[in-house]
Design a protein around this ligand. Structure first.
Ligand SMILES: NC(=O)c1ccc[n+]([C@@H]2O[C@H](COP(=O)([O-])OP(=O)(O)OC[C@H]3O[C@@H](n4cnc5c(N)ncnc54)[C@H](O)[C@@H]3O)[C@@H](O)[C@H]2O)c1
Length: 278
């Protein structure tokens, strides 16, 4: 899909990857960019930044874990700019820990990292299918293709996000819906701070936060959100399903599929190296 004259919505647009995608879409010629975030003032700031650069933007305070809020976002975007061509469902959080993580935190991360995409698709599909097309980008993570050392809720919810993106593409692709799954490894952002704000003490501890929220950062490097946004825009123009700002992730995914036992042994060794214990 070409970006020129398109109407775009970006959730989690106040910060990090979402902010960079919103700015890049405006620079790419979008007719209007809707910046949605639970951080209303943050969203307003990014919208003002876009407007100051001479483009059109609207900030909409939104909690993507609430279906009513997502419906209101879609309605606000459409009343400002008309039908939405491209919706980047990007807001997300991370929480440290395994099965001991309290149910409240599992529910919250599930709502933000998975149900948000369900609500978006539910709100967008009727219009997009009636118009014969539309584009949904779901920000998952490399954790959604591989795993997330130190965070079961993140690995599980990001796998679910990839599964939903694939399912939507399979089910509606022939009717004009284009779907992409964005699966980066570590990116410089406020993910750890945002998650602590959303979840309190269960969220990722500061030492891992320093690596951008991913213990694998040391292996493949930490990207800047502007670099990720450039990769996303190119992939949207090419209508490519899997968006891998860290290209090595394709190799890891292939190794996992080719020999799951070997991949698991390797990941266990990495877990031991990182945690210093089994
Ligand atoms: N930073 C990384 O290393 C990394 C790697 C892979 C994937 N991701 C994913 O990228 C996405 C963007 O994260 P980021 O790294 O830019 O972090 P970020 O914290 O800088 O940005 C996330 C934004 O989402 C917003 N948000 C959180 N909960 C929300 C809610 N309920 N409703 C609306 N907005 C909400 C936050 O306020 C924040 O502005 C997330 O889905 C994250 O899981 C990040």
């Amino acid at each position: 899909m070409q970006i020129l004259n398109r109407v775009a919505v970006v959730t989690g647009g106040a910060s990090g990857i979402g902010r960079s995608i919103a700015l890049a879409l405006a620079e790419g010629g979008a007719a209007g960019v809707v910046v949605a975030d639970i951080d209303g003032p943050g969203a307003a700031k990014v919208a003002a930044e876009i407007e100051a650069a001479g483009y059109s933007a609207l900030a909409v305070p939104t909690d993507v874990s609430s279906e009513d809020s997502v419906q209101a976002l879609v309605a606000a975007a459409e009343s400002a700019y008309g039908p939405i061509d491209l919706y980047v469902s990007n807001a997300g959080i991370i929480v440290a820990g395994g099965v001991e993580v309290p149910d409240e935190a599992w529910s919250r991360i599930w709502a933000i990292n998975v149900q948000s995409h369900v609500y978006a698709a539910r709100a967008l599909l009727p219009g997009m299918l009636a118009r014969g097309g539309g584009y949904l980008v779901i920000t998952a993570s490399a954790a959604g293709l591989l795993t997330q050392l130190g965070s079961a809720p993140y690995a599980v919810t990001k796998h679910a996000a990839v599964a939903l993106a694939e399912w939507l593409s399979v089910t509606y692709g022939e009717r004009g819906l284009v779907v992409s799954a964005l699966c980066p490894q570590a990116v410089t952002s406020n993910l750890a701070a945002t998650s602590r704000r959303e979840l309190g003490e269960e969220a990722l501890p500061a030492d891992i936060a320093a690596t951008g929220g991913s213990a694998q950062a040391a292996v493949d490097g930490v990207l800047e959100p502007d670099e990720v946004a450039r990769v996303v825009l190119a992939a949207v123009q090419a209508e490519q399903f899997l968006i891998l700002p860290h290209p090595d992730v394709a190799t890891y995914e292939r190794r996992r599929a080719d020999d799951r036992e070997r991949w698991l042994r390797g990941m266990r060794r990495m877990q031991v190296r990182l945690s210093g214990s089994a």
